[in-house]
Design a protein around this ligand. Structure first.
Ligand SMILES: *Cc1c(COP(=O)(O)O)cnc(C)c1O
Length: 405
């Protein structure tokens, strides 16, 4: 996916866009910095186009305000950041067989959990007469990637035989730190990580970085900070766990409310008055129960406005809620504006964002379609241009301002 990132939307664009409020990104980054303190490095997770916000714009902004590392899922994402001039270390969570040359060529730091990959990296580093830093991931309970705990000794023995590989970091990933009901499980993961670290040190390795904490770990488990944290969602003002009414970080300077970075917009392109009993959309699944005024919006499920929003989805028109009616289709969505008689063709419509003191969070959209906010923002497709709102907006207020302070 290659996102279109623009400074402003021209009249020639389809009027459907996402705004990326860099001022809010900086605010959230500084809140994380205040929470973990100056001694803990921050690896800003910008995988999946920075959860749909645009990885290059986000990484450039965060590099300028002091992000120490960047975290990406794929080698391709790391290469794209290097091509955009990002200079800080890039930790790549998902390096796969066959990608070892790219890792060395673009100075990426691979996470390793599989000896056959380490062998290939060693061969590649030897050929280039380089020493390659790697971070070893140990599985303490996620059950996804990571060296199983009982194989750790074997893997460390093997690592000691690779002269061109240096163990720069030891890491694990927390599975349920966003759920207070699973606190005991999280504490077990943290304890297992400590044990792993001891084994590593006993075998003569001294990794520079020790890291466990995702956003949920940053928010709720200071004992999991090690000397680096890997927040993604918090940077974007998003939360993965059970509903919280306000996303707040405790810092030595007091509680700090995080701000949503992305808002999603479109415009009414058509208005029509229909009789009671009129079927709307595919499958004629919705039938009006009253004479209605229906607005057509140029956004659909290919844009990431999910079909599951056909029932329960709401948008803001002139600062008032309007319900989605009929099935969301690939490129179009209908909303009922009968109770908003002042609505006009050309009016801006907010799908995620706030207006007139009312707001729709990505978390709300997620709840309406049974998923989490991460899936909503990262699912906004490349067809939707991202309009970058600079940290100090030259014209007008940032769209989200007033939501949180
Ligand atoms: C995605 C990811 C993170 C960030 O998770 P958030 O919940 O967004 O903070 C951190 N570490 C790894 C290994 C990840 O894959």
């Amino acid at each position: 996916m290659s996102l279109t990132v623009v400074d402003s939307l021209s009249e020639r664009h389809r009027p459907t866009w996402a705004e990326i409020h860099l001022g809010h990104l900086v605010h959230n980054f500084r809140a994380i910095r205040a929470r973990v303190g100056p001694a803990v490095k921050i690896c800003a997770v910008v995988k999946a186009e920075a959860y749909g916000h645009g990885a290059v714009a986000v990484a450039r902004c965060l590099e300028a305000v002091g992000a120490d590392w960047f975290g990406v899922a794929t080698v391709e994402e790391g290469v794209a950041l290097r091509a955009a001039g990002i200079a800080r270390p890039i930790l790549c969570f998902g390096v796969l067989q066959g990608q070892q040359d790219l890792v060395l060529e673009h100075r990426l730091t691979p996470v390793v959990f599989d000896l056959s990959l380490v062998e290939r990296l060693e061969a590649c580093a030897r050929a280039r007469q380089m020493i390659l830093d790697v971070h070893l991931e140990v599985d303490t309970g996620m059950g996804r990637v990571g060296v199983p705990f009982r194989e750790l000794t074997n893997v460390l023995r093997a690592l000691a035989r690779f002269p061109h590989i240096r163990l720069d970091g030891l890491m694990t990933h927390l599975a349920a730190a966003d759920d207070p009901a699973k606190a005991e499980f999280t504490r077990e993961q943290i304890a297992r990580f400590r044990q792993a670290l001891q084994m590593v040190e006993t075998m003569g390795f001294h990794p520079t970085y020790r890291h466990l904490a995702n956003s949920a770990g940053v928010r709720a488990y200071p004992e999991a900070w090690g000397n680096m944290v890997r927040p993604g969602g918090l940077l974007y003002g998003l939360w993965s766990g059970p509903h919280v009414s306000e996303l707040v970080l405790e810092t030595p300077e007091g509680a700090c409310r995080l701000r949503p970075v992305l808002s999603l917009h479109t415009r009414i392109v058509l208005l029509k008055d229909v009789d009671a009993g009129t079927p709307l959309g595919y499958g004629s699944a919705f039938i009006t129960s009253r004479p209605s005024r229906i607005a057509t919006l140029p956004i659909g499920y290919h844009d990431g406005y999910r079909r599951a929003l056909s029932t329960g989805g709401r948008v803001l028109v002139r600062g008032q809620f309007a319900s989605v009616v009929g099935r969301v289709s690939m490129d179009w969505t209908l909303v009922d504006v009968t109770d908003i008689p002042e609505a006009r063709v050309g009016d801006e419509v907010i799908l995620i964002g706030q207006e007139n003191g009312r707001r729709i969070l990505a978390e709300d959209v997620a709840a309406w379609c049974g998923t989490i906010a991460y899936e909503i923002t990262s699912g906004i497709s490349a067809r939707v241009p991202r309009v970058i709102i600079p940290a100090a907006p030259p014209h007008g207020e940032a769209r989200w301002s007033g939501v949180s302070e």
